[in-house]
Design a protein around this ligand. Sequence first.
Ligand code: HEM
Length: 145
Amino acid sequence: MSVRSVITSILLIAVSGFGAQVALAQTTHPLYADLGGEAKVTAFIKDAVALWEKNPVLAEAFQSADSERLQGQLVQQVCSLSGGGCTYKGRDMKSVHAGMDVTTAQFNALAEDLQTAMAKNAVPFGAQNRLIALLAPMKRVIVTK
Ligand code: HEM
């Protein structure tokens, strides 16, 4: 084996090792872990739903919602979106919110309350923003008014 091929092999091993580390970091440390895992996600979703139900901009929309069912679906959805390994089994965002005439102001109020609930549960600011960024594109199908 020439010196050059030895160096190439070492480089390849180093590069693939680095790649494996990146892959490992992605599989073992997703956003879900940064959010605090199941206990914390459950806690901040519960707090968020309570805030939505008393927020003047949102209260009417949530008046007849089944809070416990909603919380369960949201915890599952957040887990699924943030790499926690769950499968969201609820209804799709377009059909759930169809006919609610959701406004941009309501969408923003809901996101703000969610952020407040995460802050209350000491979710790091960066993780809060990453979750909000994952939810933001849903605005296209949820806001219809
Ligand atoms: C990123 C924003 C949002 C997300 C991720 C989201 C997610 C969800 C999920 C997962 C459900 C439960 C689905 C199911 O039961 O199968 C749900 C239900 C509901 N959402 Fe949203 N939602 C969002 C924005 C909004 C906004 C802005 C409003 C109102 C102003 C709203 C009002 C409701 C109501 C009232 C229900 C209960 C429907 C029912 O059980 O009859 N949502 N949402």
